[in-house]
Design a protein around this ligand. Structure first.
Ligand code: NAD
Length: 249
């Protein structure tokens, strides 16, 4: 099954005119960033409603900032892994045209992908929720938590909390692409957080092949996805790159 799935993905990549990937926390698990769900998941430690909802941030920003600072340390020390590298390589080979990521860790860009749509923002940038000014991370002192803008507004990482809207441009770009592609590769996402989870559904309804790479079956498996390649993204994606290169020689 694993071998068959790999071959199918290589076939699809070679024949498709337009392709995209949708990635989630699982692609960064091998970069030592914990996923949201699962045994090592962040939400085993922190309750979502208490820490990741915008209402929680508004009612107790100092408490949420303490969790954010712990996550920040993990993210800033993380490096791209072979799965990020492989997607960047597929872009260079002209076989992958967009990565839509739910991750906020900047690792696709660090690996060299240039066509990245950040669906949930980027933790390396900060934003004032009062005047909406954007700050580089290094420009904001975290000595006093929560940090505040000159306008008096609260500053938060430029990421989307539960209860907040997806950045308009990212949402538009991702769904427009989903309607056009012949292939979407869905990597390391449990596909339960909407509206990102609707991107593969949109692609499927528009006629695309849907290939999942995940350690386990998800809500997409057998319903939306044509193929599940079950295993770690950091092992599977480099093999895909090598096989496609060989076939094109
Ligand atoms: P999730 O935690 O709900 O699901 C992760 C999925 O990845 C699971 O299905 C799991 O089986 C799979 N997985 C784990 N390790 C894998 C591996 N090595 N190879 C392949 N698959 C693997 O994550 P999600 O679906 O992305 O949704 C949750 C939200 O988490 C997103 O909104 C995202 O913004 C946020 N988040 C981001 C980061 C990050 O930026 N790195 C980290 C944690 C959470």
């Amino acid at each position: 099954m694993y071998e068959e799935g790999l071959d199918q993905l290589c076939d699809f990549l070679i024949s498709a005119k337009s392709t995209m990937a949708l990635t989630g926390a699982g692609i960064s698990a091998e970069s030592e960033i914990p996923t949201f769900r699962g045994v090592q998941g962040l939400w085993e430690k922190y309750d979502i409603m208490e820490y990741a909802h915008i209402d929680a941030f508004m009612s107790n920003p100092a408490k949420v900032w303490k969790m954010l600072m712990e996550l920040d340390e993990t993210i800033t020390t993380a490096r791209p892994n072979p799965a990020h590298d492989a997607l960047a390589e597929l872009e260079k080979m002209g076989l992958l045209h967009m990565v839509v990521t739910q991750n906020v860790d900047n690792l696709h860009q660090e690996a060299g992908s240039t066509q990245v749509v950040e669906f949930h923002g980027n933790s390396q940038k900060f934003r004032c929720i009062g005047c909406r000014s954007e700050f580089e991370r290094s420009a904001v002192s975290l000595e006093n938590i929560p940090p505040r803008c000159n306008c008096g507004g609260l500053i938060k990482p430029d990421v989307i909390f539960f209860g907040e809207a997806i950045p308009w441009a990212a949402n538009l770009k991702a769904f427009e692409m989903a309607k056009q592609v012949d292939l979407i590769i869905v990597v390391g996402t449990s596909a339960v957080v909407a509206p990102a989870s609707e991107i593969p559904v949109m692609a499927k309804q528009s006629g695309a092949k849907v290939v999942e790479i995940n350690l386990e079956a998800t809500v997409l498996t057998g319903r939306v996805s044509d193929v599940l390649i079950q295993g770690s993204a950091g092992e599977i994606l480099p093999v895909v790159v090598e096989r496609v290169k060989k076939r094109r020689q």
